[in-house]
Write a protein that binds this ligand. Structure first.
Ligand code: NAD
Ligand code: ZN
Length: 355
C-alpha cells in the first residue's frame, strides 16, 4: 500500500509498504479522516526524535476496521473507530503505575510516526485493539472525532495537570489547536478568568468561543507583565504552556504564576538543549510553584469520555478544523500547510474514501 513518509530528517515523500501483520490482539485500520500535527513538523524538520528512515507519518486518525486478531472481542471488520494518537501497552509496568503514555520507555505509548508507521497510508496497524480503539458514536463526524485523538486529549490533559481550583485563574500560552483545547478544558474544570496569549485572528475567535475571557498579545510586551496588569499584580493559579520558545516562555510562565500555583507544560520542546527556569521568580526554588508535564493520554476510555463531552455539546471539536482536503495524495498538501501555518489555519483534515 501507499503512504506519505519521512524519508529522513528534513525530507518527505511517498513510499510503498506491505500491509503489517495483525497479531492476535491487534487490528488493521483503513483511515477515513487524518490530520497532521505540529509534532510531525518537529519530527521531520527539527529531527526532534532523531533520525527515522521511510517512516510513514501521522498519528491523528479516524477509520474503519479491516481486520482483527483472534483475541479481539469488541471490534469487527466494518466498524467505524476513533484511534487515539497514543496506544499504550496496557500490560506494561508504567501503565500499572498510572502512566500508560510512558509504557516500555519514555514516550513509549506514542507509536504511530515515532516507533512504527503512522496513519498517513492506506492501512495502519493498532496494538491492543480492545484497549486502544473506541467505537465512533452516532452524532460525531469523522473530522470532529479526529480532533479528539491528540488535540483535545493533549490540551485537556494540560488543564487537568494544571490543578485549576474551582473559580481559579488560568493563563494559556500559545493558542494553536492544543492551547485552544486547553482553554476548553480549563473552562470545563471550573476556571473563572482564562487569559489566552496568542495573536492569530482565527485562534483568538475560537479561544473566545472555547472560554477565554481575556486575550494577551505576546508581541506587545512580556506575557507575565500583561498578566500582572490584568490581575492587580497577583498572577494566576495555573499556567498551561502550549506554544512559545525556550528563551522566553518558561520565564513568562513561572513569572505569571502565584506562589503555590502550577505550570503545566504540553509543548514539545525543541530547538535548544536546556530549559531556562528563572531562579528569583521561582522563589529561589521555594515558591511552591509546581511544574508538571505529560504526553497525550490515549486508550479507549479516554476517547469515549472526550467523545461524550462533544456529544452532549459541552464544546465543539469541529471549531478547530479550518481546512478540509479530500483524497490520499492531499495528505502532502495538508502537512506542508501545517508547516507553513498561514494565519487562517488551526487544523487541516484530509477525508479519505479508500478501497
Ligand atoms: P501551534 O504551532 O498551532 O500553536 C502554537 C502557538 O504558539 C502558535 O499559534 C504560535 O504562534 C504561538 N507562539 C509562538 N511563539 C509564542 C510566544 N513567544 N508566546 C506565545 N505563543 C507563541 O501548535 P499546536 O498544534 O497547537 O501544538 C502546540 C505544541 O504542542 C507543539 O509543540 C506540539 O508539538 C505539541 N504537542 C504535544 C503533545 C503532547 O502529547 N504533549 C501532543 C500534541 C502536540
Ligand atoms: Zn501530535
Amino acid at each position: 500500500f501507499k503512504g506519505f513518509a519521512m524519508k529522513k530528517i528534513g525530507e518527505t515523500g511517498w513510499v510503498e509498504k506491505e500491509v503489517p501483520k495483525c497479531g492476535p490482539m491487534d487490528a488493521i485500520i483503513k483511515p477515513t479522516c487524518v490530520s497532521p500535527c505540529t509534532s510531525d513538523i518537529h519530527t521531520v524538520w527539527e529531527g526532534a526524535i532523531g533520525e527515522r528512515t521511510d517512516m510513514i507519518l501521522g498519528h491523528e486518525a479516524v477509520g474503519e476496521v479491516v481486520e482483527v486478531g483472534s483475541l479481539v472481542t469488541k471490534f469487527s471488520p466494518g466498524d467505524k473507530v476513533i484511534v487515539p494518537a497514543i496506544t499504550p501497552d496496557w500490560d506494561d509496568e508504567a501503565a500499572q503505575r498510572g502512566f500508560p503514555s510512558q509504557t516500555t520507555e519514555p514516550l513509549g505509548g506514542w507509536k504511530f510516526s515515532n516507533f512504527k508507521d503512522g496513519v498517513f497510508g492506506e492501512r495502519f496497524h493498532v496494538n491492543m485493539a480492545d484497549g486502544n480503539l473506541a467505537h465512533l458514536p452516532e452524532g460525531l463526524s469523522d473530522e470532529g472525532a479526529c480532533m479528539l485523538v491528540d488535540m483535545w486529549s493533549t490540551g485537556m490533559m494540560g488543564s487537568e495537570n494544571a490543578d485549576i481550583p474551582l473559580g481559579g485563574t488560568v493563563l494559556v500560552i500559545g493558542i494553536g489547536a492544543v492551547g485552544l483545547s486547553a482553554i476548553a478544558g480549563a473552562k470545563l474544570l471550573g476556571a473563572s478568568k482564562i487569559f489566552a496569549a496568542g495573536t492569530r485572528p482565527i485562534s483568538v475567535k475560537v479561544a473566545k468561543e472555547y472560554g477565554a475571557t481575556d486575550i494577551i498579545n505576546y508581541k506587545e510586551g512580556t506575557i507575565d507583565e500583561q498578566v500582572r496588569d490584568l490581575t492587580n499584580g497577583e498572577g494566576v493559579d495555573s499556567v498551561i504552556i502550549a506554544g512559545g520558545n525556550l528563551e522566553n516562555t518558561w520565564k513568562e510562565a513561572i513569572s505569571s504564576a502565584k506562589a503555590g500555583g502550577t505550570v503545566s507544560n504540553v509543548n514539545y520542546l525543541s530547538g535548544a538543549d536546556n530549559v531556562f527556569i528563572p531562579r528569583v521568580e521561582w522563589g529561589c526554588g521555594m515558591s511552591n510553584i509546581n511544574i508538571k508535564n505529560g504526553l497525550c493520554p490515549g486508550g479507549a476510555v479516554r476517547m469515549e469520555r472526550l467523545a461524550a463531552l462533544a456529544l452532549v455539546g459541552r464544546q465543539d471539536p469541529e471549531l478547530l478544523v479550518t481546512h478540509k482536503f479530500r483524497g490520499l495524495e492531499k495528505i502532502e498538501d495538508a502537512l506542508y500547510l501545517m508547516k507553513e501555518k498561514p494565519k487562517d489555519l488551526i487544523k487541516p483534515v484530509v477525508l479519505l474514501d479508500l478501497d
